[in-house]
Design a protein around this ligand. Structure first.
Ligand SMILES: Nc1nc2c(ncn2[C@@H]2O[C@H](COP(=O)(O)OP(=O)(O)OP(=O)(O)O)[C@@H](O)[C@H]2O)c(=O)[nH]1
Ligand SMILES: [Mg+2]
Length: 283
């Protein structure tokens, strides 16, 4: 399945980030815990230049704690600052702010020596739908930014000031202009970082079924009460439709509805805690 999505608003957003970087002390790069390496967009590191980056592994509630730990160790081994969060909750707020101060310690100290309290400014970046705006709202304890369960919700820049004086710049989710790795694009589509409207959902679901058959067969089969996968993934999708009673008036299976159910079940965690990318795999 070929996936390509780089609309005009992303070109504009990349340009805006390039212009705004001079105004910030650091970047917060929000990644989806389920697809960490797939979410890495090299352009963010280029934009950051030599400013520090804090990697936030968001949606940690959707993967096993042990898997989160694997990623935390991997980032630490590569000397990259990282913290795992659940953007919809408040549990990690203090830790995240502490981490932000830690990566900005040299500049905070420089200002302290001059007798000035430094306001930390951070640009929050990431591919679409990783929870950037949600995280900002949870950090400031108010619904300041618009969020939504689909890719491409934020369209412009927005500054939000936290009670602690930290200023965060929300940005639109941006993907690489093209994908050199079809697997990576597919995983981003599975987690909802590619706009569904530009995808053939039945094709996406059959790709997902193929993936699950190879990597987590039991999670899929038990979700739908199936004994085994069919030879062709589309037939497995039909089996899901049969179990769920997704039948059109003429008697054919409603593959579109089945595909939607499969994709939504995965995205919302109803298929269990699944992680698509593992540290050490090819990137
Ligand atoms: N399960 C879970 N869902 C989350 C978490 N953080 C955010 N979400 C959900 O993820 C969806 C996307 O959140 P947004 O904050 O709009 O994501 P975004 O990165 O700002 O998206 P764009 O603006 O499109 O780039 C929303 O439905 C959030 O409720 C989390 O930690 N866990
Ligand atoms: Mg947003």
């Amino acid at each position: 399945m070929r996936i390509q999505w780089f609309p005009g608003h992303m070109t504009k957003a990349m340009r805006m980030m390039g212009e705004q970087v001079a105004q910030v002390d650091c970047l917060i790069c929000v990644l989806d815990c389920r697809a960490v390496s797939s979410c890495v967009n090299d352009n963010f590191e280029k934009i950051a230049g030599n400013k520090p980056i804090l990697y936030v592994l968001n949606k940690r509630d959707l993967v096993e704690q042990g898997d989160v730990t694997l990623w935390e160790k991997d980032f630490a081994a590569r000397g990259k600052a990282c913290i795992a969060t659940d953007g919809t909750g408040f549990r990690h707020r203090e830790k995240l702010i502490a981490k932000l101060k830690e990566i900005n310690a040299p500049v905070i100290e420089k200002y302290r020596l001059k007798g000035v309290r430094k306001t930390i400014r951070a640009m929050v970046v990431g591919v679409p739908n990783t929870g950037k705006s949600t995280l900002i709202n949870s950090l400031c304890g108010a619904k300041k930014t618009v969020t939504g369960n689909k890719a491409g919700v934020t369209r412009g820049k927005q500054w939000v000031t936290l009670a602690s004086g930290i200023e965060l710049l929300d940005t639109p989710g941006t993907l690489p202009p093209s994908f050199d790795d079809a697997d990576k694009a597919l995983k981003l589509a599975f987690v909802g970082s590619v706009k569904d409207d530009i995808l053939d959902l039945v094709e996406l679901a059959t790709e997902f079924i193929t993936y699950m058959q190879a990597h987590a067969p039991d999670a899929f089969l038990s979700r739908y009460g199936l004994d085994a996968f069919c030879e062709k993934p589309h037939d497995t999708l039909d089996a899901v439709c049969k179990r769920r009673g997704f039948v059109l008036s003429g008697g054919a299976f409603d593959a579109e509805r089945g595909a939607r159910a499969v994709i939504d079940d995965f995205r919302s965690g109803r298929m269990g805690r699944l992680m698509l990318d593992r540290p050490g795999e090819k990137r």
